[in-house]
Design a protein around this ligand. Structure first.
Ligand SMILES: [Zn+2]
Length: 198
């Protein structure tokens, strides 16, 4: 029987996405055996992000500074804006290193079922960014789910009056596929073969 402290740690880890109670206990055991190296490192890394994590007021990314590293990077193409549902999607696309423009995180997707309306997402802020000018292309990189596609169509309509090219990821992606779970090659291909929203 493990101590209360170890049980508490296991329970906390078990709540992480992708981990269950069994994997959490294995992770704890693994950390305990590597107390001086991995455990200390993990504790320090957690403390560091706890103190510094902020949401970027421009794009909605999560980083240790505001504006985030992507928004502050002037080498990136300021004329291209890629719209994603969640920060995890932004990170997935950025890992693929094919998109060199800026991002906009919606903070979710429209959903009649879950009662998510346009005003619950950062769509207003997106329209403002586009209305401010200087953007040539908006890439809608929603997930290949019904709700993702509904969201993309809604945004395309709202942006219809602005002089920007609106494109969409080529979803040779599996239907229901979430960006975050795709390998980088598939993502890169979807981005390269993006097509106008019609
Ligand atoms: Zn940002």
């Amino acid at each position: 029987m493990a101590s209360q402290e170890i049980e508490t740690l296991s329970a906390a880890l078990a709540r992480l996405p992708g981990l269950g109670p069994r994997s959490a206990r294995r992770a704890v055991l693994w950390l305990v055996k590597r107390r001086e190296t991995s455990l200390v490192q993990l504790v320090e890394a957690l403390a560091a992000v706890q103190d510094t994590l902020v949401e970027c007021e421009t794009c909605g990314n999560v980083d240790t500074r505001n504006p985030c590293g992507i928004c502050a990077d002037h080498r990136r193409d300021q004329r291209q804006l890629c719209v994603v549902e969640d920060v995890a999607d932004l990170w997935a696309l950025d890992r693929a290193k094919l998109f060199t423009g800026l991002y906009h995180v919606l903070g979710g997707r429209l959903s009649a079922l879950e009662g998510v309306r346009p005003e619950d997402l950062s769509i207003g802020a997106l329209i403002e960014r586009v209305a401010a000018g200087g953007i040539d292309e908006v890439v809608l990189a929603m997930n290949a789910t019904l709700e993702g596609q509904t969201t993309a169509h809604y945004i395309a309509e709202r942006l219809g009056d602005y002089p920007v090219r609106i494109t969409q990821l080529a979803h040779g992606l599996p239907v229901g596929g979430e960006l975050d779970y795709l390998d980088e090659g598939t993502l890169a291909q979807a981005l390269r073969a993006r097509r106008p929203v019609g």
